[in-house]
Design a protein around this ligand. Structure first.
Ligand code: GRF
Length: 216
């Protein structure tokens, strides 16, 4: 271990997961600190709240004509300069190019609002309802080049109730997200969650995702 973990959080919107991570750095669940909050939208509401909490914030947008790879290189250089040793994607709505993902492989986490591998991509709550799924939830996973396909680290799980709609599922899933993301980053900071030869290890061993049930 090399001391508290400096990490970056990338957002595009409200940033409630970023705030949950920040809270966890304050109360000791994560031995680390957020060194930069980066948004690809200057008007992301999360930036305002991040500044209010004294966090450094930046907006990162591709310059006109800049392709995805060049943007990825610039973003990567920028994050390296911040001193971050981990990136937590938290509602970052831009697809990162392969070079970026390769460069940060094993140091790049994402939170996704479904029980992966079910329902990769967007509109997960709607798709859960349409499919008549009995369970739903959220997943923290390492990011690999294929979208929403990297190894799952921890999942929050809930039973879909009669009468649930997209809004109620979204609210319940987010409550679980705010529990599991700090836990995953806390493990990473403590050296319990590692990455070796393209495999996620927990306490040095490959393992399936930890499951947190809604009632916990
Ligand atoms: C979360 O539901 C997360 O799973 C998804 O984007 C949403 C971000 O919400 N990737 P917030 O900005 O953290 O409130």
């Amino acid at each position: 271990m090399t001391g508290p973990l400096p990490f970056a959080v990338l957002i595009s919107g409200r940033g409630s997961n970023m705030l949950a991570l920040e809270q966890a750095t304050r109360d000791g669940r994560i031995n680390g600190s957020i060194v930069t909050v980066i948004s690809d939208r200057a008007d992301a509401p999360g930036l305002v709240e991040a500044r209010r909490r004294g966090l450094a914030t930046e907006t990162a947008l591709p310059a006109p004509g800049m392709d995805r790879a060049a943007f990825g290189r610039e973003l990567s250089r920028h994050i390296e300069q911040s001193g971050a040793r981990l990136i937590a994607l938290a509602g970052f709505m831009r697809i990162l190019d392969g070079g970026f993902v390769q460069g940060w492989r094993g140091r790049l986490l994402n939170i996704h609002p479904s029980l992966l591998p079910s329902h990769r991509g967007l509109h997960t709550h709607r798709r859960v309802l349409e499919a008549g799924d009995a369970v739903h939830g959220c997943t923290v996973h390492f990011v690999v080049e294929e979208l929403d396909a990297g190894p799952a680290v921890i999942q929050g799980r809930l039973a879909v109730r009669p009468g649930d709609d997209e809004a109620s599922l979204s609210a319940r899933v987010q409550r679980l997200e705010h529990i599991i993301y700090p836990r995953a980053v806390g493990w990473f900071a403590a050296g319990r969650l590692t990455w070796r030869e393209d495999t996620a290890l927990f306490d040095g061993r490959p393992s399936g995702p930890e499951i947190v049930e809604e009632s916990e």
